[in-house]
Design a protein around this ligand. Structure first.
Ligand SMILES: Cc1cc2nc3c(=O)[nH]c(=O)nc-3n(C[C@H](O)[C@H](O)[C@H](O)COP(=O)(O)OP(=O)(O)OC[C@H]3O[C@@H](n4cnc5c(N)ncnc54)[C@H](O)[C@@H]3O)c2cc1C
Length: 367
């Protein structure tokens, strides 16, 4: 069954980016649930955080920035509970935020396609049973990356008889008890897994494609971060697939991490060159047995539902300028490319909400 409703703006995704856009749209005078609708396919609040693994804690590596206007609720991630799972704390804070600002997020609302229908955009969504079509002037895509995990291809990948596990599938260290585990990736997720699996797995091997850029605790690698943001921006403008932003930010040597380096846990090997049914092999012939390979190798932007709009370039990405698609300026991207962190998502919210309102008034003048 299919029903149809109209609104001016559809925001897809209620993570840090989507909520931030919604907050600023409201501040600019748009009425949530009426002038704009926020759709999210997750069962609960928290964006991708609700799906992260149990042992992840707030501040275990990077800072989580507060949502705009969160101080009015007396909440801040800086003072949040660091003993409870981050997934629960973030879900709880976002829930309070959505309620306080009455953002009326619709969930579960899985957007399966966005189509062009002349002057309108048609957004098709489902709650798992009923399909619905929303007609809108503007779409803000804030779908993050969690739904599009990336595993690089290596010879023999499919021949592996153990478990391939991407970051998104990791739930509990106990699943690896007594196993030989290879962890792939140079970011904080890989390091977090190694620390959790120490003394649980039978053997742990860490491999990374690039050398780890260790930073003193609290030291922000501003130059590298700027370079990473610049590269993401350049790639986004050129419509190319986006590199990982974490690759430019470095890994903070917190006290826990420093201690783990000193006891020899965090000593990465270069990347292996092939995968065999029972393990991985390096170019020099060295072999490591493995029951599981954990791929902390990042994500790609989740854009499948936008396929009917044909926004992608042949290079794989979408050209984004001034927050919107170059090919269709009614489609905005929040939390995309250089905005893929909580601080970036916040900044995007303010900027994109203003652009959206400016576009709406242009469209009104044309009508
Ligand atoms: C393991 C891990 C740890 C991280 N830690 C930090 C950190 O400490 N600090 C930091 O700043 N950043 C961190 N990041 C980056 C983090 O992802 C961003 O900071 C931020 O949470 C992203 O917000 P977002 O709104 O763009 O995406 P998300 O939080 O992924 O939200 C996107 C939302 O869109 C919804 N959605 C997706 N597709 C659809 C669809 N088709 N229809 C409807 N809804 C849809 C999803 O359900 C989700 O709720 C981390 C990332 C990872 C993977």
């Amino acid at each position: 069954m299919s029903t149809s409703t109209d609104t001016s703006v559809v925001v897809i995704g209620a993570g840090q980016a989507g909520l931030s856009v919604a907050y600023f749209l409201k501040r600019l005078g748009l009425d949530p649930g009426n002038d704009f609708v926020v759709l999210d396919r997750g069962p609960g609040t928290g964006g991708a955080w609700q799906f992260r693994w149990e042992a992840l804690r707030i501040g275990s590596a990077h800072r989580i920035n507060d949502l705009p206007g969160m101080d009015a609720l007396g909440l801040s991630f800086d003072t949040a509970d660091r003993t409870a799972p981050a997934k629960d704390v973030v879900a709880d804070y976002y829930r309070q935020y959505e309620e306080y600002y009455n953002l009326q997020v619709v969930r579960p609302a899985d957007v399966t396609s966005v189509e062009n229908s002349g002057s309108d955009l048609l957004v098709t969504l489902t709650d798992g049973e009923i399909e619905q079509v929303v007609t809108t002037d503007i779409v803000v895509n804030a779908t993050g990356t969690w739904g599009a995990p990336f595993i690089p291809w290596y010879p023999g990948l499919r021949s592996f008889e153990g478990k391939h596990v991407h970051t998104t599938e990791y739930t509990d260290a106990r699943d690896y008890e007594g196993l030989d585990v290879v962890v792939v990736g140079g970011g904080t997720s890989a390091i977090g897994f190694l620390m959790e699996l120490e003394g649980v797995a039978r053997s742990l091997t860490w491999v990374s494609r690039r050398a780890i850029d260790w930073r003193a605790d609290g030291e922000l690698n501003l130059e590298a971060r700027e370079e990473a943001v610049r590269m993401q921006d350049e790639m986004a403008r050129a419509g190319r697939a986006l590199p990982s932003i974490v690759s430019g930010t470095g890994v903070p040597r917190t006290r826990r991490i420093q201690a783990a380096i000193e006891r020899g846990l965090l000593d990465p090997k270069p990347m292996f060159s092939s995968i065999e049914p029972n393990g991985v092999r390096w170019a020099d012939g060295t072999f490591q047995r493995a029951d599981a390979i954990i791929w902390s190798t990042g994500f790609r932007p989740e854009l499948r539902h936008l396929a009917p709009l044909k926004l992608r370039e042949k290079e794989g990405g979408v050209v984004v300028a001034q927050g919107a698609s170059w090919k269709d300026p009614r489609v905005f991207f929040a939390g995309y490319g250089p905005q893929a962190s909580t601080i970036g998502a916040n900044r995007a919210g303010r900027f994109i909400a203003r652009q959206v309102v400016a576009t709406l008034s242009k469209l009104q003048n044309l009508a």
